[in-house]
Design a protein around this ligand. Structure first.
Ligand SMILES: Cc1cc2nc3c(=O)[nH]c(=O)nc-3n(C[C@H](O)[C@H](O)[C@H](O)COP(=O)(O)OP(=O)(O)OC[C@H]3O[C@@H](n4cnc5c(N)ncnc54)[C@H](O)[C@@H]3O)c2cc1C
Length: 487
């Protein structure tokens, strides 16, 4: 037994910022300049972490707290924050929206345990940010989960039903039509539920802040060092890069969607893009009465829009379910896809009609590791239990990666505690699989196109065709588990 995991080829110049998000550029501009340290030659570590996003850095930090003498090395292909962690929309959320799935897969008691952990970790993040003085524009805002088509059912309804059945109360309150008008004016928002005190950050500032703390704590960080191979040896696991190699007792795979092509993950993860646009700063416009109270949030589309404003007066809009990756291979369109970003810009003009004349200043894309259940898994590979992993955040990783950091640190240190118990619950919640290529790619396109047509019909206030409605209903499903080997 053992593993030979070949990572996807990385671009020739791993140090170039290329299509980096505006967030990452802002974060790097705020740092003292300094060249990254690529991995050169052969080195040894107790734990080697592949990937310097939130998963990798939170785990490194929690490991250091639990075991100060541990030699920890992080190997990152680009710069820490180059991945989804430095590109996302910064909504740090819990799993209340996943309650129906959790109840179905785990039963009431364990579902509520996972939900509770997803809520408590938000305080964990807040306190780490405060304790280490990480300037990441942390703010608490009202966030609204809305419908943006006439006669559309709110996607929050299953959550409310599940909560009622479980005897718990979600943190959302239903908005009256008057409140909707007050918040959204004449923009096409039809109904919604509000959550006060929702947490937001500038994500690249946070991930670079974690990097700063990790480096200060003696965690070795090698950036611009794409890992090419992870291979089992009798006494260590070998992590190879273009110009170096780390021999480690244990390895954490924290490369998110970039490792979804690997055999242990491919049946359970489908990679799609999430695409974003950000306007130029328009603080004076946002201060006008019709926009001053406009909250950020998400809508009820399957290809859901998320939006918000920044402290410097920009508006951002994103949309999930963009490009679909063939065989989970990530191409250049997962850094910036002009076609998808142009569609998101149309969404921006539709949902913020007041910004018709405001130019889009920046646009980018990022990969989503969408799991069969929309929940992540934290585990170790059956072929080599020294190789740990986290995958499947499904576009909700801001809080979950911090939870993952605690779970993975305990797992790597072979502790038995509340975090390893949680890991077992996540494992138990795994179910379903996606078909192999080419069926997966073709089916995903058929379903996605039907979803777009259905949404367009709804937007026009028309009834979608029955076929499109049926196909679109398959968008969030997977095949039932039956005799499929698990990693
Ligand atoms: C556009 C967008 C918007 C999103 N919005 C939100 C949101 O508002 N709220 C939320 O909760 N979640 C959101 N997400 C999801 C969230 O960003 C992710 O779930 C989270 O950042 C995952 O963190 P990670 O560390 O696992 O992955 P990443 O941050 O992607 O880190 C993986 C790292 O691995 C590196 N890597 C890849 N291959 C190699 C290799 N061969 N060798 C070494 N390193 C490698 C990458 O460069 C990357 O830095 C969004 C995602 C996107 C793309």
């Amino acid at each position: 037994m053992g593993v030979q995991l070949r990572m996807q080829p990385w671009r020739k110049d791993p140090g170039s910022l290329g299509q980096a998000s505006l967030w990452l550029r802002q974060a790097l501009d705020a740092e003292p300049s300094g060249a990254p340290t690529p991995l050169q030659g052969s080195t040894r570590a107790d734990v080697c972490i592949v990937g310097g996003g939130f998963t990798g850095l939170w785990t490194a930090l929690r490991l250091r707290e639990l075991s100060p003498a541990l030699e920890i090395t992080v190997v990152e292909a680009g710069l820490c924050g180059w991945g989804a962690s430095g590109r996302n929309s910064g909504a740090v959320g819990h799993w209340w929206g996943r309650l129906p799935t959790l109840l179905r897969l785990l039963g009431r008691e364990d579902a509520l345990r996972v939900l509770d952990a997803s809520v408590k970790v938000l305080e964990d993040i807040r306190s780490f940010i405060g304790m280490h003085g990480i300037e990441c524009q942390l703010r608490e805002e009202t966030s609204v989960w809305s419908t943006t088509y006439p006669n559309q059912l709110g996607a929050w309804m299953p959550m409310f039903k599940a909560a009622e059945a479980a005897g718990v109360t979600p943190p959302h309150r239903l908005l009256t039509p008057e409140e909707m008008r007050e918040l959204f004016g004449a923009a096409p928002y039809y109904s919604g539920v509000a959550e006060d005190g929702a947490m937001r950050v500038q994500p690249a500032l946070l991930v670079r802040g974690l990097r700063r703390v990790a480096a200060a704590w003696g965690i070795r960080i090698h950036e611009t060092s794409p890992v090419t191979l992870i291979a089992s040896e009798p006494h260590v696991v070998r992590v190879e890069t273009r110009h170096g190699c780390v021999r480690a007792d244990q390895v954490l795979l924290a490369a998110n969607a970039w490792m979804a092509h690997l055999k242990p993950f491919k049946p359970y993860i489908a990679v799609t893009s999430s695409d974003m646009v950000v306007t130029a700063p328009v603080p004076r416009l946002l201060d006008r009465p019709e926009l001053r109270r406009r909250p950020g949030g998400v809508n009820s589309r399957t290809l859901l829009n998320y939006s918000g404003t920044t402290p410097d007066g920009r508006v951002y809009m994103g949309r999930g379910g963009g490009s679909i990756a063939w065989d989970n291979r990530i191409g250049a369109q997962f850094d910036a896809d002009p076609r998808m970003c142009a569609q998101v810009e149309q969404d921006l003009r539709y949902l913020y009609p007041e910004l018709r004349e405001v130019p889009v200043a920046s646009a980018w894309s990022g990969p989503i590791d969408r799991s069969t259940t929309l929940l992540p898994w934290f585990g170790a590979l059956a072929e080599d239990a020294r190789v740990h992993y986290a995958i499947g955040y499904s576009g909700h990783g801001m809080g979950a990666t911090a939870l993952g950091g605690r779970v993975l640190a305990s797992q790597i240190l072979q502790r038995t505690d509340e975090w390893t118990e949680l890991a077992m619950l996540f494992m138990r919640a795994r179910s379903g699989w996606f078909p192999p290529e080419p069926i997966r790619y073709l089916a995903a396109h058929v379903i996605r196109n039907a979803t777009v047509r259905r949404d367009e019909a709804l937007r026009m206030g028309q009834a979608p065709s029955r076929l499109d409605a049926r196909l679109a209903a398959l968008a969030l499903t997977s095949l039932p588990t039956r005799g499929v080997a698990r990693p």
